[in-house]
Design a protein around this ligand. Structure first.
Ligand SMILES: [Zn+2]
Length: 89
């Protein structure tokens, strides 16, 4: 067993990181208006005039959705990406 450093044990650190991750995901994520579930990253959610509806609840709605979108990670659009530099003439 590892010796606690700075007064925090390995188990406490794991719990703190898990809570931080769950809170960050819940704060920036999409929630299904029917079941309250957080759709998985990459899952498609549909709009029927109200809030987003997950793929599992899609069957409970008739007709075509007014729109659909893919759930992205909370860092989508914020993360640093490598860009191509303009070529010298
Ligand atoms: Zn749902």
């Amino acid at each position: 067993m590892l010796r606690p450093i700075l007064g925090i044990s390995e188990a406490d650190l794991e719990r703190a990181l898990l809570r931080k991750g769950v809170s960050a995901r819940a704060a920036g994520g999409v929630v299904c208006s029917d079941c309250g579930r957080h759709p998985l990253i990459g899952e498609r959610v549909h709009h029927f005039g109200g809030g987003p509806v997950c793929a599992l609840c899609r069957g409970g709605h008739t007709g075509e959705p007014s729109g659909s979108e893919i759930v992205h990670h909370v860092e989508h659009g914020v993360s640093v990406r490598r860009r191509e530099l303009p070529r010298a003439a």
